[in-house]
Ligand binder design. Structure first.
Ligand code: SAM
Ligand code: SF4
Ligand code: SF4
Length: 340
């Protein structure tokens, strides 16, 4: 039975973070030198994740995305994929990765039953990648993306966080690259959440500005008309190429949001911007039944009134949502813990 929140939004999408660790240090997500990590003994094992997924699916979830941190750092991830892919109620099993380890893992993940992969790729320039991520893995990421089609994956997406004077001159190149993969490129507005402690409004490139740039290059761009709760609005170039824009910062889409998040240590967040979550690990490890866990999740979702990004939009002097001191006190507030 699908559970609905106070705005009648169903719970359909669950993003499961499988680790808070990452092998990159993107400037918009992990700009600091050191981090407070979740204690290892609190990280859910695959059986625990699978049991929680069963409860979520009884309540209406039919789409799961594995994320992190960097999900491919989680040992034996294909074993989790196998467990989840076997669930009859699951319509979509996707993964978001930075691509560094994809070259070696695309095939085993495909064989385990993963449906789709989204790779985060902010630049096609190696030196820019190194400056942005503080790691020199650009060639590995491109090799990882190239490994997807031979491993049988279709429906690949490439996600690019667009930042002013950082990579906003690369939009057409990224679209051209996407065609060769093939993959649909989605441009994401820079958000003021989690570890984005260096965020400021002047670094945001709005959807409107992106479209203007792309129209200068490609001429008329048509919106793709479709019914969807997906975060990206899709557009079509004259030659038929489709790309997306996720305008979370300047034109948020909370009204149709059916997404929620489970951290690697089993805390359930009802909004990307939520400051508080609901602990599911505690009851799970104390032996709560499926019905008891379902009651906890239903109780939380049916009271959900979150519209985080819309509330942020109404602020006048907008600055990063959370300051570094609070992030250190509670790493659950980090984007790399919550999974994006
Ligand atoms: N490490 C994996 C990756 O980068 O794809 C998965 C986790 S990462 C937190 C998920 C997504 O969040 C990435 O596409 C990343 O670009 C996005 N993200 C992180 N911080 C962001 C920010 N401040 N604004 C917009 N997107 C952000
Ligand atoms: Fe970058 Fe993803 Fe790692 Fe964040 S979690 S630093 S977005 S690769
Ligand atoms: Fe959904 Fe919260 Fe994002 Fe709005 S801000 S789209 S409610 S997760």
């Amino acid at each position: 039975m699908a559970v609905r929140d106070v705005y009648q939004r169903p719970l359909r999408n669950l993003r499961i973070s499988v680790t808070d660790r990452c092998n990159l240090r993107c400037s918009y997500c992990m700009p600091e030198e050191d981090y407070v990590w979740l204690p290892r003994e609190q990280i859910l094992d695959f059986e625990e994740i699978s049991s929680l997924a069963d409860v979520f699916m009884e309540l209406g979830v039919d789409k799961i995305r594995l994320t992190g941190g960097e999900p491919l750092l989680r040992r034996d991830l294909p074993a989790l994929i196998r467990l989840l892919a076997a669930k009859p109620k699951l319509n979509d099993l996707a993964l978001t990765t930075n691509g560094v380890l994809l070259g070696e893992q695309a095939r085993p993940m495909g064989a385990a039953g993963l449906h789709r992969v989204t790779v985060s790729l902010d630049t096609l320039r190696p030196e820019r990648f190194t400056a942005l991520t503080r790691r020199a893995n650009h060639a590995q990421v491109l090799a990882g993306i190239a490994a997807l089609a031979p491993a049988g994956f279709t429906g690949t997406k490439l996600d690019t966080v667009v930042m002013r004077n950082v990579n906003d001159d690369e939009l057409p190149e990224l679209i051209e690259y996407g065609r060769t993969v093939p993959a649909e490129v989605r441009f994401i507005e820079y958000m003021d959440v989690g570890g984005a402690t260096r965020w400021s409004t002047d670094k945001v490139v709005s959807r409107a500005a992106m479209l203007e740039t792309l129209e200068r290059r490609y001429g008329r761009i048509e919106p793709v008309v479709e019914e969807s709760t997906a975060p990206a609005d899709r557009y079509r170039l004259a030659d038929g190429t489709i790309f997306g824009i996720i305008s979370s910062t300047t034109e948020p889409f909370c009204g149709s949001c059916d997404r929620s998040r489970l951290t690697a240590d089993g805390v359930f967040y009802l909004c990307l911007y939520a400051q508080q979550g609901v602990d599911l690990r505690g009851p799970l490890r104390r032996g709560a039944s499926r019905d008891e866990l379902a009651a906890v999740i239903t109780g939380a979702w049916s009271r959900r009134a979150d519209r985080g990004a819309e509330e942020r939009l109404r602020l006048r002097d907008r600055a990063p949502l959370v300051q570094i001191g609070r992030l250190r006190e509670d790493p659950h507030l980090e984007m790399h813990t919550r999974g994006g």
